[in-house]
Design a protein around this ligand. Structure first.
Ligand SMILES: Cc1ncc(COP(=O)(O)O)c(C=O)c1O
Length: 211
């Protein structure tokens, strides 16, 4: 299970029967967009096997990355609580907006797996996905119009980042592949940061324009 989006504070897949859990600690665990690091958790046997493989491949964390990971862990709790609360606020604001076709956030009662998320997750995390009315052009326009939310592909850091997968990260996919991945022409992925959520609501409101 890749549990990067949830972090170990929001969800613990080993308790739900998974054998091995990996996290890109580059994201929420590091939390400052300044390290590249990975974490794996599981049974002794599996972790020993992975460790041997990692050493053979030379995938060893540098002192800077390791120290950044430890520093990030100290503040993960407060950061993720703030990001989850802000994400819920933004998801609710977007859901009621006529310029937005749909919103996906596990904390929203409208999410198809809201009940499962409620049983399984302690926090709902900082990732919100929404589809703007107007498709490709409207999606591209939004990510180029925000002031506080920056257009970049990473997630889990202090700054709110937005991506428009159909015109950037997933531009090479065929229409049917995009659909299978749940990506529409107007889909926006937002990693909510540590800013004041009211500022973020105002930023998105202005970027959505007249719709
Ligand atoms: C869910 C998820 N897992 C793993 C990775 C890979 O992370 P890293 O860049 O630390 O190797 C990413 C990177 O975007 C990710 O989003």
């Amino acid at each position: 299970m890749d549990s990067t989006f949830a972090t170990p504070l929001a969800q613990r897949p080993l308790e739900h029967g998974c054998d091995l859990v990996v996290h890109s600690a580059t994201k929420f665990i590091g939390g400052h967009n300044d390290i590249t690091l990975g974490v794996a958790a599981g049974s002794r046997d599996l972790v020993d096997w992975l460790w041997g493989f990692a050493v053979l491949q030379g995938a060893v964390a540098s002192p800077h990355e390791a120290a950044g990971g430890i520093r990030g862990l100290r503040t993960l709790g407060v950061r993720l609580a703030h990001q989850s609360e802000s994400a819920m606020k933004l998801a609710s604001a977007l859901e009621g907006d006529r310029r937005v076709a749909s919103v996906r956030y596990p904390g929203l009662p409208s999410h198809p797996q809201a009940e499962l998320a409620r049983c399984q997750m302690d926090l709902m995390g900082g990732l919100v996905t929404f589809d703007v009315v107007g498709g490709l052009d409207a999606g591209r326009h939004l990510v180029e119009s925000t002031g506080i939310c920056r257009l970049a592909t990473s997630l889990g850091g202090p700054e709110t980042l937005v991506t428009h997968p159909a015109s950037t990260t997933h531009v090479s996919l065929l229409p049917e592949e995009l659909e299978a991945a749940g990506i529409g022409p107007g889909t926006i992925r937002m990693s909510v940061g540590l800013e004041d959520p009211d500022d973020l609501v105002r930023d998105l409101d202005a970027a959505l324009g007249s719709g």
